[in-house]
Ligand binder design. Structure first.
Ligand SMILES: Nc1ncnc2c1ncn2[C@@H]1O[C@H](COP(=O)(O)OP(=O)(O)OP(=O)(O)O)[C@@H](O)[C@H]1O
Ligand code: SF4
Ligand SMILES: [Mg+2]
Length: 352
């Protein structure tokens, strides 16, 4: 499982965030719809964990639940999320606000979620800094301008004076990242931070995320549907399918020897890192089930080429498929593990 990351000196890193059995359900038409089911993972100090899965798999709901940011009426959140030993599930809103923007920061999928439209970008970042540190308005603004500059924002002084709607999508994204990093968070949750940005900006943003770990020892939960981004950036990977964990493990091992047919199918649909690019890449036929239609057994069953009777009675539990790697599939326990992937398309080691 992720969370047992090994640092450069070979020692195991301490856990920063321990999530156990996180479930999130929303009410609909008189019943509760389970969106996220029994998600567990551990994020170690200085670890970058990639949370991947198709659209609708529950990545954002998981992140928003951890941050205490789901305010839908009737939502039910159960399980545990220990941040440095402090329980986040059920924590009072005041306590959560104190953590957010200070020790824990989030880059939202939609930059407009992070900013209010009626204040300038600079004012909002200044305030965030001043809410957690006793510094003057002038000092806060100097830090805001420096951060915007580090994010590659041209003319940061002028940009700080702009309202969110006056900026392009790419600039808003960078400003949001500047705000998220302004207090040097111990934990950064980044929800698709590079989607909708061009490749060059994407690379710069990922570099900034890595630099945050390097400079401040921060840990990052990086949400993406891009396995290429995971391969380049993440020490470990957690694959979600239809609100459930399909597979977890060190990125290098999981890419080289996926234990779950869904992980293998996701990996088969990305171009190889080296060698000739195939004319057509395979896609995963079908779509994930709607939460209301999720099968009783393995949720991937209707799309899985290996489905058989043992997959149908109940969701398969996570079983070990390698050191620190586990997959929710019946095949490993049946002695039928998936074949390793072509070495050319798998990173040899995690990026840490
Ligand atoms: N407030 C809500 N009330 C009811 N259902 C919701 C709510 N928020 C999200 N959902 C549902 O939860 C499921 C998971 O949504 P989520 O936004 O977490 O997916 P995601 O993995 O982040 O997808 P994407 O890659 O498109 O961002 C979806 O079916 C979505 O419709
Ligand atoms: S449990 Fe069965 S249906 Fe699910 S991924 Fe494994 S083989 Fe496929
Ligand atoms: Mg999302």
């Amino acid at each position: 499982m992720p969370g047992n990351a090994i640092s450069g000196d070979g020692s195991a890193r301490a856990p920063l965030l321990e999530v156990r059995d996180l479930c999130v359900s929303f009410p609909s038409a008189g019943r509760m719809i389970p969106i996220v089911e029994h998600v567990s993972f551990t994020l170690a100090e200085r670890e970058i964990l990639g949370l991947v899965g198709e659209s609708g798999s529950g990545k954002s709901v998981t992140a928003m639940a951890l941050m205490g940011l789901i305010d839908s009426p009737g939502v039910r959140i159960t399980g545990s999320a220990l941040f440095r030993g402090q329980e986040l599930v059920g924590l009072a809103p005041r306590e959560l606000r104190r953590l957010r923007g200070g020790q824990i920061a989030m880059i939202f999928q939609d930059p407009m979620t992070a900013f209010t439209p009626v204040y300038t970008i600079g004012w909002q970042i200044d305030e965030q800094i001043r809410a957690h540190e006793r510094i003057s308005r002038r000092q806060a603004r100097a830090r805001t301008v420096r951060l915007l500059g580090e994010m590659g924002v041209p003319d940061p002084v002028r940009t700080a004076g702009c309202y969110p709607h006056q900026l392009s999508g790419g600039l808003r994204q960078r400003a949001m990242i500047a705000m998220a990093l302004s207090c040097n968070p111990v934990l950064l949750i980044a929800d698709e931070p590079t989607t909708a940005l061009d490749v060059t900006v994407q690379a710069q943003i990922l570099e900034l995320v890595r630099a945050l770990r390097g400079r401040h020892g921060s840990s990052v939960l990086l949400i993406t549907h891009d396995m290429g981004v995971v391969a380049e950036t993440c020490d470990s990977t957690l694959v979600l399918y239809s609100g459930r964990v399909a597979e977890t493990g060190p990125t290098g091992a999981l890419f080289a020897r996926p234990g779950h047919p869904y992980t293998a199918a996701l990996l088969a649909s990305i171009p190889p890192l080296d060698g000739p690019r195939p004319e057509r890449l395979p896609t995963i036929a079908g779509v994930p089930p709607a939460p209301l239609d999720r099968p009783v057994g393995c949720a991937f069953g209707p799309r899985c080429g290996y489905v058989h009777e043992r997959c149908r009675p109940a969701p398969p539990p996570l079983v070990p498929v390698g050191p620190d790697q586990a997959a929710a599939c019946v095949l490993p326990t049946e002695g039928r593990p998936l074949p390793p992937r072509c070495p050319a398309s798998a990173p040899q080691e995690g990026p840490a």
